[in-house]
Design a protein around this ligand. Structure first.
Ligand SMILES: [Zn+2]
Length: 76
């Protein structure tokens, strides 16, 4: 009986541990996603993770708007 009880306790412990890891992971992903979205389109305020995406977005969505100077020498 003692052995069975121990097993249940250890399972509960594991479940708690896994839940904690999940929570932390979700937080980290959220923080990473927020940190990654550092390029904001000056025209429509869409946020993008890198200058390549930003330039592609700019050229396809706002072809009549001059490129921002920081995108002029981005290689797509
Ligand atoms: Zn835009």
């Amino acid at each position: 009986m003692a052995c069975g009880q121990q097993k249940i306790q250890s399972q509960q412990k594991n479940a708690k541990k896994q839940a904690g890891q999940k929570k932390k992971q979700r937080y980290d992903q959220k923080a990473a996603a927020k940190a990654a979205l550092i390029y904001t389109c000056t025209v429509c305020r869409t946020q993008m993770p890198d200058p390549k995406t930003f330039k592609q977005h700019f050229e396809s969505k706002h072809p009549r708007t001059p490129l921002p100077p920081e995108l002029a020498d981005v290689q797509v």
